[in-house]
Ligand binder design. Structure first.
Ligand code: NAP
Length: 681
C-alpha cells in the first residue's frame, strides 16, 4: 500500500494508520492512502515560525522574488511528471495546464512583482503624512512581514495552482507556509512539493505539507499566523469561527461557494460575433475542469425573447464536447475528481430541479470515450432552464460543483443586474455586449456584489483570458457567499501577509528608519557633488543646494519657441483676465529644466542617464523676475539586476527636487530618477 508522506519539520514523515484512501478519478483504481495521524501539528507550526520565518525575513523582497523565479524555472523542468499524475485527477491536458502551468505562471508573476518593492525586507505603505504645522512631526505607514505561518487549507479542484497561487504571495511577503491540500487530490500536490523540496531553492522551513486530515491544526494557531481557506462555505464557516482563531485574531481569508453568472446583453443578436462569443464562453466554463472551478458559470441570464435560441445554441455546442479518458486526444472533458464529488453534484442538481428542468444532458447517464462511465467519476454536462428566476430562487442558493449551469430569462437590464446580485456575492460575473451604455449600467449596478467583472465583446474576445481565470495581478475573491476574501491582486495580495504599522516621529527619524528621504529631514552637503558619487558612495540625504537663477521674459519666450508650447498663459498678455495669472507665466517644464540646469554636474561621471520623473507638482506661478534655486536630495536607492552578464552594474537613484523662489516658498517639487554606476563592477 502506498502512503503519501507529509513534509514537516524538515523531513518527509508518513502518518500512522490508513487514513483516507485515494482513488484514480478515471478508472476508480486505488492510488494510495493519505494520513497525518500521529503528527504533532503544534510542532509543525512552530517549526515554520522558528525556521522558515526568520530565514525569509532576512531576505529582501528582491531576494525572495528571485527565489520564486528560480522555483518556477525548476518546476517547468518537471512538467511531464506533473501532467502524468494530474490525469489521475480526471483532468484533461487543457485542465492540467490551468492547474500546473497556471500555478507556475503565478510564481513568475510574483517574482516579477519584486520590482515594485524596495530591496529591503519591509516596505513603506503610501506617502508620509504631515502631522504638524512646522513639519517636525510626521507619520509613515510601514509594512513588515508577519512573524507567523501562512496556513493554506485548499480545495480539491486545483491541487497545484491552489498551492502555488497562495505560496507565491506569502513567500514574497516573507512568511513561511504550511499547505494542506484537500486530501482527495493531495497526491498531485505531494508530487510537486517533492520537487520543490528537492530543489533546495527555498530556505528550510518555508514550506511544509500536510496530506490528510488537518487534525487539531487550528488549535495551535497564533496571532501572527494567517489562514487562507478555499472550499465549501460550511467548512469555511466552521474554521473561521474556531475559538482559537477568534481568540488570537488570526486573519482568515475565505474563498467559498460562488454562484457566478454571465449575462447576454440585450443588444446581442444571432449573427453578431458577440453571440458566438457568449455561447463559447458558457460551454468553456461548463466543461473546463468538468465544471469544478470556483469561478465556473452557474447562472446564465438571457433576454427573455432569445432564451430558446440561446439554450439551443449552447446545447448544440455542448453536444460537440467529447467526454472520457483525459489521456485520449479527442477528449475535451474529463471526469470529476472522484465518485463522492459526483454524488455530491448529483444531490445538488436534484435540489435545483425543484424549480428547473434539464434542457441538455442527463443526470444518470453519460457517453464516454476510452473509459468506463461507471468506474470513473464521469458526468454529462447539464444545462437547466429556470423560467421564473425571481420566484424560484434555489438557483441563487445552491451550487452544483460540476458541469452544471442554469439558463434564465430577464426582461430588462435592471432585472439582469438584480439577478446577478441575487447570488449574494460571487467571485466573478461576465456580461457579453457590444453596447457601452449597457456595459456601464451593468458594471456599476453589479460591482458591489462581485470580486471581478469581465466585459466581453468582439474587441477583446481574442485576447481575453476568459471568465474563469483568476489572474495574479487582479484580486481573486468576492463578497458575501464567495467568502469575503481577496487573494493575489499583485501588491495588494502581498500586504495580506504583512503587518501595517503607523510610525510617528520627526522627518529625520523616519528617514533613518525607512531609508527613504522624507521632506524636512536633515540633509548633508559635502565637497563632492552627489552626481560625482558612485552608487555605493551615495547616502540617503546627500544633497546639493544650488546657486540661483532669475527667470526672464526671454526665457519664457525662448522656451515657448523651443518646445512649441505656445499656450496662451505663457505667451499672450491680453488673455489673462479671469485666470489666476497676473502676467505670462513660465512653463512648468521650463522650471524643471532650469532646475536641472542648476543641480546637474555636467562632467562625465557615475551618473549614466536620466531615467524619468515621478510625482511632479507646480505649486506657484513663476513670472519673469522671479529668482529660483534648487535643493536636490538623494531620496532612495535600488540596485538593478543585470540582464546580461556583460551589463554594467548599476542602480536607480531617486532624487527629491525642491525648487523655491526668492521668498523661500516652494514653486515646484518632483522626484527624478537617475541610473548610477556601481564603483565595484
Ligand atoms: P471542503 O470539503 O470544504 O474542503 C476544503 C478544505 O478544507 C479541504 O482541504 C479539506 O480537507 C479541509 N477541511 C475540511 N474539514 C476541515 C476541518 N474540520 N478542519 C480543517 N480542514 C478541513 O471543500 P472541497 O470539497 O475540497 O471543495 C469543494 C467546494 O469548495 C465547493 O463547494 C466549492 O464551492 C468550493 N470552492 C470554492 C472555491 C473558491 O475559490 N471560492 C474554489 C474551489 C472550491 P479534506 O480534504 O482533508 O477534508
Amino acid at each position: 500500500m502506498t502512503k503519501l508522506a507529509n513534509y514537516v519539520t524538515g523531513q518527509w514523515i508518513t502518518g500512522d494508520g490508513d487514513g483516507q484512501a485515494l482513488y484514480h478519478a478515471v478508472n476508480g483504481s486505488l492510488i494510495g492512502h493519505a494520513t497525518t495521524q500521529g503528527l504533532d501539528f503544534g510542532s509543525v507550526l512552530d517549526y515554520g515560525r522558528r525556521t522558515g520565518g526568520p530565514a525569509l525575513r532576512k531576505l529582501t523582497f528582491h531576494d525572495r522574488g528571485r527565489l520564486l523565479k528560480a522555483l518556477a524555472l525548476h518546476l517547468r523542468d518537471h512538467l511531464d511528471r506533473f501532467y502524468q499524475i494530474s490525469y489521475q485527477t480526471g483532468a484533461t491536458k487543457a485542465d492540467s495546464w490551468i492547474d500546473i502551468e497556471g500555478g507556475i505562471g503565478n510564481l513568475f508573476s510574483y517574482a516579477s512583482l519584486r520590482r515594485q518593492f524596495p530591496d529591503e525586507p519591509f516596505c513603506i505603505d503610501g506617502d508620509s503624512i504631515g502631522l504638524s504645522k512646522q513639519g517636525s512631526f510626521i507619520g509613515q505607514h510601514l509594512l513588515v512581514p508577519r512573524e507567523g505561518v501562512a496556513i493554506h487549507i485548499n480545495a480539491f479542484n486545483f491541487p497545484v495552482w491552489g498551492m502555488l497561487e497562495k505560496i507565491a504571495v506569502n513567500l514574497l511577503a516573507g512568511m513561511p507556509a504550511v499547505v494542506k491540500p484537500a486530501t482527495v487530490t493531495s497526491f498531485l500536490t505531494e508530487t510537486v512539493v517533492r520537487e520543490i523540496i528537492a530543489s533546495g531553492i527555498l530556505p528550510e522551513g518555508s514550506l511544509q505539507l500536510l496530506c490528510g486530515s488537518a487534525g487539531d491544526l487550528l488549535d495551535h494557531v497564533q496571532s501572527q499566523d494567517v489562514i487562507t481557506f478555499t472550499g465549501s462555505a460550511t467548512t469555511g464557516l466552521k474554521l473561521k469561527s474556531h475559538p482559537r482563531v477568534l481568540a488570537e485574531s488570526v486573519p482568515f481569508n475565505m474563498e467559498a461557494d460562488s454562484l457566478n453568472c454571465i449575462v447576454l446583453g440585450g443588444d446581442v443578436e444571432p449573427g453578431m460575433p458577440e453571440w458566438d462569443i457568449f455561447v463559447k464562453e458558457v460551454r468553456k466554463e461548463m466543461t473546463a475542469k468538468a465544471g469544478q472551478k470556483c469561478t465556473a458559470i452557474r447562472r446564465i441570464f438571457v433576454p427573455a425573447g432569445k432564451i430558446e435560441d440561446v439554450w439551443k445554441a449552447i446545447a448544440k455546442s455542448l453536444s460537440q464536447t467529447t467526454i472520457g479518458n483525459p489521456l485520449n486526444e479527442q477528449v475535451r472533458m474529463g471526469s470529476l475528481a472522484g465518485q463522492s464529488q459526483r454524488d455530491e453534484v448529483r444531490a445538488q442538481v436534484q435540489k435545483l430541479l425543484s424549480s428547473s428542468q434539464i434542457v441538455y444532458g442527463s443526470l444518470d447517464s453519460v457517453q464516454v470515450v476510452d473509459a468506463d462511465a461507471e468506474k470513473g467519476a464521469f458526468m454529462s454536462p447539464l444545462l437547466l432552464l429556470n423560467e421564473n428566476p425571481f420566484a424560484d430562487t434555489t438557483v441563487h442558493e445552491v451550487e452544483a460543483f460540476g458541469p452544471v449551469s442554469t439558463i434564465m430569462p430577464y426582461q430588462s437590464l435592471e432585472e439582469a443586474t438584480q439577478l446577478a446580485r441575487m447570488g449574494k456575492g460571487s467571485l466573478v460575473c461576465s456580461i457579453v455586449t457590444a453596447d457601452t451604455t449597457i456595459a456601464r449600467h451593468f458594471v456599476l449596478g453589479a460591482a458591489s456584489h462581485h470580486g471581478r467583472i469581465l466585459v466581453l465583446n468582439n474587441e477583446c474576445a481574442k485576447e481575453s483570458t476568459g471568465h474563469g481565470s483568476p489572474l495574479p495581478m487582479l484580486v481573486h475573491g468576492g463578497p458575501g457567499r464567495a467568502g469575503g476574501g481577496e487573494e493575489m491582486g499583485g501588491v495588494r495580495g502581498v500586504k495580506h501577509y504583512m503587518q501595517r504599522v503607523a510610525v510617528q516621529g520627526s522627518p529625520s527619524m523616519i528617514t533613518a528608519i525607512t531609508n527613504v528621504y522624507q521632506a524636512g529631514a536633515a540633509v548633508h552637503e559635502d565637497e563632492k557633488h552627489p552626481f560625482r558619487k558612485y552608487f555605493e558612495e551615495l547616502s540617503i540625504g546627500d544633497a546639493v543646494i544650488t546657486h540661483k537663477r532669475t527667470v526672464t521674459e526671454a526665457d519664457i519666450v525662448n522656451f515657448a519657441n523651443v518646445s512649441w508650447d505656445h499656450f496662451y498663459a505663457h505667451t499672450d498678455h491680453t488673455s489673462l483676465e479671469g485666470t489666476i495669472f497676473e502676467k505670462p507665466v513660465a512653463h512648468g517644464y521650463f522650471i524643471l529644466s532650469a532646475a536641472a540646469g542648476l543641480f546637474v554636474d555636467a562632467k562625465k561621471g557615475p551618473v549614466l542617464l536620466n531615467y524619468g520623473l515621478e510625482e511632479c507638482r507646480f505649486l506657484k506661478p513663476v513670472y519673469a523676475g522671479t529668482t529660483i534655486g534648487v535643493k536636490l536630495t538623494c531620496k532612495q536607492k535600488t540596485v538593478q539586476e543585470k540582464k546580461e552578464a556583460s551589463d554594467v552594474k548599476k542602480g536607480i537613484v531617486k532624487w527629491l527636487v525642491e525648487v523655491s523662489d526668492q521668498t523661500g516658498e516652494a514653486v515646484a517639487v518632483a522626484t527624478i530618477l537617475t541610473m548610477v554606476k556601481l564603483k565595484f563592477q
